[in-house]
Ligand binder design. Structure first.
Ligand SMILES: Cc1cc2nc3c(=O)[nH]c(=O)nc-3n(C[C@H](O)[C@H](O)[C@H](O)COP(=O)(O)OP(=O)(O)OC[C@H]3O[C@@H](n4cnc5c(N)ncnc54)[C@H](O)[C@@H]3O)c2cc1C
Length: 434
């Protein structure tokens, strides 16, 4: 006999577990499926998480022994050429005091496991090691539950939440989401470099469990549309680098080649010197932006997180969009269950909540950002070269007058790319983020 639940959730990542916590908190009978041996076993991210969204699900998260790596007090942005680069950063003591946990780093394997345990304590039935392979539907096409890979593994539910991540074969198979195109996802690799905590403190000028994030742009991705990051953990450093999947095919580059080169960059190498590689993983991330978001709800189902292609690339926010969408999906379901109506019309409130929230507003604001990077590859090669020339000239003291240096810099910049291209770049860059 099929077991019946109010809500079945596919995927114990930030989206699914956030929804599970909210639902169980309201007394909704919820089952959470995870294909990994344990929640987090198959997951990766750069490791940055956001306290405000987590607190909306678990206000007392700090007392619940959340496995934080480091509390972030400084964000750096690097613009690199092959040989050097620019460093712009902002550090503020407020992020160690009143705004502590604004941003912090976690290891996803530990965090996701801890988060699912909080859901379990609230009453969710967490079922790891179980792949959801299909959805149950009634004669009218309404989703009525899930089919798992287990023997007799059908579970009925009034509502099913798809929170199964960017790859989401389920959403694609069932026709809820268009098939992901290579240009709409990035392929990223991550390596964690083990270093004593004191060495991390010293190299990044931090102490007391605080840390630094560094986002890296420029000539580090072989001219493809991509980025790197470097985040501090308690006693390790996470390095990630990735680029658009379609670009990997066109440029015939391999992710491991990128990360090896990244590790040897003169601004990166001293920070990881002497460290041992602890972990090496690869994952997709959604970067198609607002225009690739599928319809978020239908008869008996909702879609949240990466599965709904929610990722704010310029601000590297993904986990908080996943948590926020999971929370709003759960709030919608609670009201729908109270009304006794889980039809598409009733669940449409989820679309409204999302549209009113920062999630879709930010996605909409940056809808042009992905295409902007895609059409302006000069950001990843000609421009960093021109910037390096300028940096070197300005810093070299060699008896050449500053006015003459300025002329040299402008002449070199014009050699790298035309004035018209610079103007177009500025104009479309502004339009992409305004
Ligand atoms: C390299 C990289 C760096 C990133 N860095 C950051 C960062 O620093 N900060 C940030 O906010 N975001 C970052 N992100 C994005 C962030 O990781 C995602 O946005 C976030 O994890 C999305 O959460 P989710 O719950 O929607 O999906 P996921 O975290 O992918 O979780 C989906 C879950 O569903 C499970 N699952 C899938 N299919 C099935 C199935 N059929 N049956 C059962 N279970 C299933 C998976 O095993 C997984 O546990 C990064 C992503 C990558 C790839």
């Amino acid at each position: 006999m099929k077991e019946a639940f109010d809500v079945a959730i596919v995927g114990a990542g930030p989206a699914g577990t956030s929804a599970a916590c909210i639902l169980a908190g309201a007394g909704v009978k919820t089952i959470l499926f995870e294909r990994g041996e344990y929640p987090g076993a198959k997951n990766m991210s750069g490791g940055v998480l956001y306290g405000q969204e987590l607190a909306r699900v678990l206000p007392d998260f700090a007392e619940r022994k959340l496995p934080i790596e480091r509390n972030i007090i400084e964000s750096r942005l690097w613009y690199l050429s092959k040989e050097g680069g620019y460093n712009l950063g902002y550090r503020d003591a407020i992020f160690a005091t009143e705004r502590k946990h604004n941003v912090f780093t976690v290891g996803r394997a530990r965090f996701d496991r801890w988060y699912a345990e909080q859901a379990r304590q609230k009453g969710v039935l967490v079922v790891p090691g179980t792949v959801v392979v299909d959805l149950l539907r009634d004669g009218s096409g309404r989703v009525t539950g899930v089919v798992t890979g287990r023997a007799e593994g059908e579970v009925t539910a009034q509502v099913t939440l798809l929170a199964d991540g960017v790859n989401s074969p389920l959403a694609a198979l069932t026709g809820f989401r268009r098939e992901v195109k290579p240009e709409h996802v990035a392929l990223a690799v991550k390596e964690v470099i083990d270093l004593p905590a004191e060495v991390v403190d010293q190299r990044f000028g931090v102490s007391g469990g605080n840390g630094v994030t560094t986002e890296v742009l420029g000539d580090i991705v072989g001219g493809m549309n991509g980025v790197g990051v470097l985040y501090t953990n308690s006693a390790s450093i996470s390095l990630c680098i990735g680029a658009n999947l379609a670009d990997f095919a066109t440029f015939k580059l391999k992710p491991y080649e990128l990360i090896e080169e990244f590790k040897q960059h003169p601004m990166v190498a001293p920070l990881i010197a002497g460290g041992k590689s602890l972990e090496y993983v690869a994952h997709w991330l959604p970067e198609g932006g607002y225009d690739t978001i599928p319809r978020l709800y239908g008869d008996g189902y909702l879609i949240a997180g990466d599965s709904a292609m929610l990722f704010n690339a310029p601000h590297r926010e993904g986990s908080n969009l996943a948590m926020a969408s999971g929370r709003m999906a759960a709030e919608t379901v609670i009201e729908a269950l109270e009304r006794g109506d889980c039809s598409r019309k009733s669940l449409a409130d989820y679309g409204e909540r999302m549209a009113q929230s920062f999630v879709l507003q930010d996605m909409k604001k940056y809808r042009g950002f992905g295409p902007f990077l895609h059409h302006h590859k000069e950001i990843f090669n000609e421009l960093p070269r021109a910037a390096t020339f300028a940096g070197r000239e300005m810093i070299t003291v060699n008896g050449v007058s500053k006015r003459e240096k300025q002329k040299l810099i402008f002449r070199n910049a014009r050699k790298e790319t035309s004035l018209l291209k610079y103007l177009k770049l500025l104009w479309s860059g502004w339009r992409a983020v305004k």
